[in-house]
Write a protein that binds this ligand. Structure first.
Ligand SMILES: [Fe+2]
Ligand SMILES: [Fe+2]
Length: 249
């Protein structure tokens, strides 16, 4: 079933409560009364079509209209991806770290907690660096490129940058942050003895599965929407430079 703009927003959540996480990424609060998807999006100045593509692709892993997604303003896509980063760093990752802290292994197995903590902390550091690089280098580069194409004007610093680093370089460097989560889940599922508070242990595992699914979604947008879109924008930029239409000041 494909969700359309005339659906009631409240019904979306009744049908799949996991969409709550998508709403958070769009900064849409609850309290919809009888409003439709289109009405709620308009109220929050969100592009309804982009919202529907994200919601539908979250609902159904087979659904991923990458060409339609690429047609949206790059800033709309980056807004969504930046909010997703914030949720990972401020909420999802600290929640897992807190739960690991609460694990209680029997006295002679306490080293298992340290092992899990170390593995997770290493992952956390890599993950933070991954996000920082995107937030501090890649996304600002995309915004500068988008501004240049909008105004047919850019500065020498950006022109210098784009000659040395294009989105294809990012594509090569873009690590798979999901793979390590799989290893972490495996340590828990296969190898470690169960701690005394098994409920907390399961809660960690469930959160890891959810984070992995969410990251797959996120990376899929970066790799199949953002990268090809920016690559096309770069071609337009270089054409404009060649034709003397891009003012470099
Ligand atoms: Fe990202
Ligand atoms: Fe990424």
């Amino acid at each position: 079933m494909i969700i359309t703009k005339t659906f009631k927003m409240a019904e979306l959540i009744h049908d799949n409560f996991e969409l709550l996480s998508v709403l958070r990424k769009f900064n849409i609060p609850l309290g919809f009364s009888e409003k439709t998807v289109d009405e709620v999006c308009a109220e929050h100045r969100i592009n309804t079509d982009f919202f529907l593509e994200i919601v539908n692709s979250f609902n159904d892993s087979e659904y991923f209209p990458q060409n339609k997604m690429r047609a949206h303003d790059v800033e709309d896509i980056l807004f969504y991806l930046r909010n997703t980063h914030k949720i990972y760093l401020n909420k999802k990752v600290p929640e897992i770290a807190d739960l690991i802290e609460k694990l209680e292994f029997p006295k002679d197995h306490e080293k298992n907690k340290a092992l899990l903590k170390n593995f997770f902390n290493e992952y956390r550091q890599e993950f933070i660096l991954h996000i920082q690089r995107e937030e501090e280098r890649i996304y600002p580069y995309i915004t500068a490129l988008s501004d240049a194409l909008r105004n047919y004007k850019t500065d020498a610093a950006f022109y210098n940058n784009i000659q040395q680093y294009v989105i294809a370089d990012y594509q090569k460097e873009h690590e798979d942050v999901e793979e390590k989560l799989y290893d972490l889940k495996n340590i828990i599922i296969k190898y470690l003895p169960v701690p005394e508070n098994a409920e907390t242990y399961n809660a960690i595992l469930i959160k890891l599965f959810k984070l992995e699914k969410d990251l797959n979604e996120h990376s899929r947008i970066e790799e199949n929407v953002i990268i090809p879109k920016v690559s096309e924008m770069e071609n337009v930029f270089f054409e404009a430079v060649k034709d003397g239409k891009m003012l470099i000041v």
